[in-house]
Design a protein around this ligand. Structure first.
Ligand code: ADP
Ligand code: MG
Length: 322
């Protein structure tokens, strides 16, 4: 059972990046408008995510790090199919507490005083504290007790690169929030509320932000965001970003191709543009019940969505004299 528990936890949290993703998802689910991430030692020594969201009420905070305890699903049939939150399995905080030392301080705005939780392995301790409204979760000593897991970790610099890219994607898809990523006490990525263009400026610099065009298309599939002017291209598709109903996804090649086709002959062969596209589809067309860590999306009508994306990109390019 001990081994089974660690394997299950390892499927949710296998590296520092997983902790960052799960804690930021929780902050977004909590309706935060300000999310601050702090890392030390490539995330292995410390990951801290502070948010100003709704917090966890005193009555349920004890359950926060208990496996399968989630406040996000009604216990009814079909609830998973209709879920609109990023999390719904109730495993992330639990898994983080199996992988390291979890500390959580939380206060709903209307509550006097904050609650504090320490969790590690099967042990959970509660306390009281003073804290601003919102939640701060800290995970220390990731895999310190799991030498085999520790040995297979990427070097801190490599992990930090990927975490920075991940936070960049969050900024691009949630540009209306305050974001800060600090690494060993130094700011690595800071963003104040803006539109998609402003997010491109924060992540890729103002020069690139000056070369993006707005995409805005409604209908059964909403397509909102920015695409770069044709001259701003890369050989790799690493600056193409998509979300579906608020969830950043690993774009299926069909969607990347649809964007490129939207440029028609404007793009050099083999080139990829920069794009940030937030797609809105009817809940029935979208199944979020796939492994969240893989950021895979199941779109019922991928071909139809791709066609809307192609049209929206073509329309954006046609609207602007190039
Ligand atoms: P899930 O997100 O799948 O519900 P988690 O293990 O990530 O599971 O979190 C467990 C529960 O703790 C959540 O359902 C939520 O009620 C609460 N929680 C966790 N993080 C936060 C946060 N930052 N703000 C408010 N509530 C939170
Ligand atoms: Mg969660």
């Amino acid at each position: 059972p001990e081994v089974a528990r660690l394997i299950a936890a390892g499927e949710v949290v296998s590296r520092p990046l997983d902790v960052v993703r799960e804690l930021v998802d929780n902050a977004l689910d909590a309706g935060a408008t300000r999310i601050e991430i702090e890392l030390e030692g490539g995330g292995l020594s410390l990951v801290r995510v502070r948010d100003n969201g709704g917090g966890i009420g005193a009555d349920s905070v004890e359950l926060a790090a208990v496996r399968h305890a989630t406040s996000k699903l009604e216990p009814v049939a079909g609830a998973v199919e209709r879920v609109t939150t990023l999390g719904f399995r109730g495993e992330a905080l639990w898994a983080a507490a199996q992988a390291g030392e979890l500390h959580l301080v939380t206060r709903p705005a209307a509550q006097v005083g904050a609650a504090e939780v320490w969790a590690q392995g099967e042990t959970v301790r509660m306390g009281r504290a003073a804290a601003p409204a919102g939640t701060t979760v800290t995970v220390r000593g990731l895999f310190a007790g799991l030498p085999a897991r520790l040995r297979t970790q990427a070097p801190p610099a490599a992990e930090l690169r990927e975490i920075t890219a991940l936070v960049g994607r969050y900024v691009l898809h949630h540009p209306a929030l305050h974001w800060r990523l600090g690494v060993d006490g130094e700011a690595r990525l800071v963003h104040a509320p803006a539109d998609h263009r402003g997010a491109v400026a924060s992540v890729y610099g103002p020069l690139n932000a000056n070369r993006v065009l707005k995409v805005e298309a409604g209908g059964t599939v909403g397509v909102c965001g920015v695409v770069s002017r044709p001259e701003l291209t890369r050989a790799r598709r690493d600056r193409m970003h998509f979300s579906v109903n608020g969830r950043p996804i690993l774009a299926p090649p069909e969607l990347e191709r649809a964007v490129i086709e939207g440029y028609a002959e404007l793009l050099p062969a083999g080139a990829a543009p920069l794009c940030v596209l937030d797609l809105t589809v009817a809940p029935a067309d979208h199944n979020p019940n796939v492994h969240p860590a893989k950021q895979v999306v199941a779109l019922a009508d991928l071909g139809g969505v791709a066609a809307r994306v192609r049209e929206a990109v073509a329309a954006a390019l046609a609207q602007h004299p190039l």
